[in-house]
Design a protein around this ligand. Structure first.
Ligand code: ADP
Length: 309
């Protein structure tokens, strides 16, 4: 991927909490401008990394650069160009969307009244909240609140926008709306979407990394990672009782219930046996095969071409 002057470069970042949990182990990533997905299960270390990038906590070791800014040591400079939508955030329930956005705009340093009005109006329209701008935030749905969070995060045209688990609590329609909003954000800034939902990354991101137990297991463009699994994913429909035996013999990457039976997907360079048919790989296969260790950790085999066993 190489270095990009406006990109984010994370080098050997580690973090151990006071309780002894090592949340990040030697994490290195190159994040170019555009939409970047950080995918991993709960507890993987995503929020720890996001909070570190957002200058809310410091790593024990390692360095982070955003363009020319040293993120760990120049916190103020980062904060001036950062938009951060945390997993959970509070709003003043009695304020209207317009009032609160205006208030945050003042805090962000938009002191010129006319310019501020122009900015907040544009953001309320962009996030599709213009018609609800006078409603109190306390009555907003989860999706509306998230979109309001994006409006706040976008104040001041951030060069780095971080959205941490944004779709977790949204219903399907709200989720689509929210992802559409993210997809329209500029390609000139770095947008990091941290999520445990594979589809979020599949639909939006041009680059991604998979993290688990504080380690980066895979760093690749989603399409390349999927292509690397071509010819290696097989599926079969089986009874639930037969699953444990199948597990002994094959590298099962996922098993889903389908009308009371199990639809099993298996990783194998060759056809695993009769009863299996070739399956088109998808990002979920990449995710689960990476988590279950079919993919070798990127620290040992950094090139996508080398990742398929
Ligand atoms: P994710 O966002 O991927 O769910 P987190 O970064 O929240 O992961 O957590 C990574 C690990 O660090 C987990 O084991 C979690 O319990 C632990 N952890 C997170 N925050 C703290 C904290 N403030 N103090 C102690 N342990 C923490």
């Amino acid at each position: 991927m190489g270095k990009h002057p406006l990109g984010l470069s994370i080098r050997n970042v580690s973090k151990t909490y006071a309780n002894g949990v090592q949340a990040l182990h030697n994490v290195s990533l190159d994040i170019p401008p555009g939409m970047y997905g950080l995918l991993g299960p709960n507890g993987a270390g995503k929020s720890t990394l996001m909070r570190t990038l957002a200058t809310l906590q410091e790593p024990d070791a390692g360095s982070i650069r955003l363009g020319g800014i040293d993120v760990v040591h120049q916190k103020e400079a980062v904060r001036q160009t950062l938009g951060y939508l945390p997993q959970e955030f509070g709003v003043y329930p009695k304020a209207s969307a317009q009032e609160l956005l205006n208030y945050f705009a003042v805090l962000k340093g938009l002191t010129d009244r006319a310019a501020r009005q122009e900015t907040t109006e544009a953001l309320l329209r962009q996030t599709n909240l213009w018609d609800q701008r006078k409603q109190k935030l306390g009555g907003f749905s989860g999706g509306m609140k998230q979109r309001f969070g994006v409006a706040v995060a976008l104040l001041g045209n951030p060069q780095l926008l971080i959205v941490d688990e944004p779709t977790a609590g949204l219903d399907p329609a709200e989720r689509v709306r929210f992802l559409n909003l993210l997809s329209e954000l500029g390609e000139n800034s770095v947008v990091i979407l941290s999520t445990h939902i594979v589809e979020d990354v599949a639909e939006l991101c041009t680059h991604m990394a998979i993290i688990n137990r504080g380690q980066i297991l895979l760093e690749a463009p989603p399409l390349e990672a999927v292509a690397a699994l071509s010819g290696r994913i097989w599926r079969t429909l089986t009874d639930k009782q037969a699953l444990p035996a199948l597990e002994q013999e094959h590298r099962i990457i996922s098993a889903k219930l389908l009308s009371g039976r199990s639809l099993v997907r298996v990783y194998s360079p060759e056809k695993p046996g009769p009863g299996f048919e070739a399956a088109e790989p998808d990002l979920e296969d990449v995710y689960f095969s990476t988590l279950t260790g079919c993919f070798v950790p990127v620290s040992q085999q950094p090139k996508v071409e080398d990742l398929a066993l």
